[in-house]
Design a protein around this ligand. Structure first.
Ligand SMILES: [Zn+2]
Length: 314
């Protein structure tokens, strides 16, 4: 039996598929075979979640694994300060069970240059987390448009197999080079990938405060004494309509207006929007990705400072 270690930025579901492929295990037997293999190595695997089993075969702690290989960071914001703890920590076990093996974007994607480099360097290839974020059409490392795998259960064969069999389709959204893509989409890609690198969730109260300040120009008092939000039409002007149709398949303008309304409302701090909504707002409201990323990292650090502020030395 081969125990496959996780590769850089490898998606947990992809590593599970690689384990199944190498060991010729059918999809629904993977868990049982994985447990059996680990038991033979001397591990106690009782009551472990799938993501914990994968952490073990990679020689990593569940926290380190969740931060480096799950999509949890790209899925979780928190409304409760008690959940501002490192992604993968046991206090948020429910979230780990819910999101540990999740894939944010429907489908399987690859970058042809990543695959070529992986094959040259390692002799095999793998699925990356950063290629499976909502709205991502390019590999941020290479600027190459991502290609979609045209096969069911495609995590059970590595990307190079689908490429060799020509069972991939390039992204249909504006076939342009990353370097000439709309600046908004470039900011969005960079912010999405940076979000994936956060070690703990950002709290809605902190994030909303920043969005409220940054988006105040899009909040207009009406004659009823309440506020109208006008950010939707602005955001929709920043990228091709086809891209929005692919990634926000509903009433886009009112959705974006209501996202900023929620972030701007005092009661909105008790509501968490999908991470993709926040990424859209950040990419629209900040002039550069670096600026938005700095804000995000500060919020993540601030949370850790607050978390530790109650500690005292013995
Ligand atoms: Zn690439």
């Amino acid at each position: 039996m081969f125990l496959v270690e996780a590769m850089p930025d490898e998606l947990a579901a992809g590593q599970e598929g690689r384990f199944a492929c190498l060991n010729r295990v059918q999809g629904n037997n993977v868990r049982a075979v994985l447990k059996e293999s680990l038991k033979k190595e001397g591990f106690n695997v009782n009551n472990l979640m799938q993501i914990e089993l994968l952490a073990l075969i990679s020689g990593m702690s569940p926290i380190a694994y969740a931060q480096a290989h799950s999509a949890i960071p790209a899925l979780q914001v928190t409304v409760r300060p008690k959940y501002v703890c490192p992604h993968g920590e046991l206090v948020s076990r429910k979230q780990i069970a819910k999101w540990g093996m999740a894939v944010p974007r429907k489908g399987r994607f690859l970058c042809k240059i990543c695959v070529t480099e992986d094959m040259r360097r390692y002799g095999f290839s793998w699925y990356r987390r950063s290629h499976h974020l909502i709205g991502m059409d390019w590999c941020v490392a290479h600027g190459e448009p991502l290609s979609e795998v045209l096969a069911e259960q495609s995590f059970f064969a590595p990307p190079n197999i689908w490429l060799e069999r020509k069972m991939v389709r390039e992204q249909v959204v504006d076939r342009v080079e990353f370097s000439s893509a709309a600046p908004f989409l470039r900011r969005l890609s960079e912010i999405s990938v940076a979000w994936l690198g956060l070690s703990r969730p950002v709290s809605t109260a902190d994030l909303h405060l920043n969005l409220r300040r940054q988006g105040s120009a899009f909040c207009v008092k009406n004659n009823r004494g309440t506020s109208d939000f006008t950010i939707g039409s602005f955001v929709l002007s920043l990228a091709p309509s086809r891209w929005f149709e692919e990634n926000l398949p509903f009433d886009q303008e009112s959705y974006l207006n209501s996202a900023l309304r929620i972030a701007s409302s005092r009661y909105g701090d008790g509501v968490s929007l999908p991470v993709f909504s926040y990424v859209l707002l950040l990419a629209a409201l900040y002039p550069t990705a670096e600026h938005a990323i700095e804000v995000l990292r500060d919020l993540s650090r601030d949370a850790s400072v607050r978390e530790n502020s109650g500690l005292s030395l013995p």
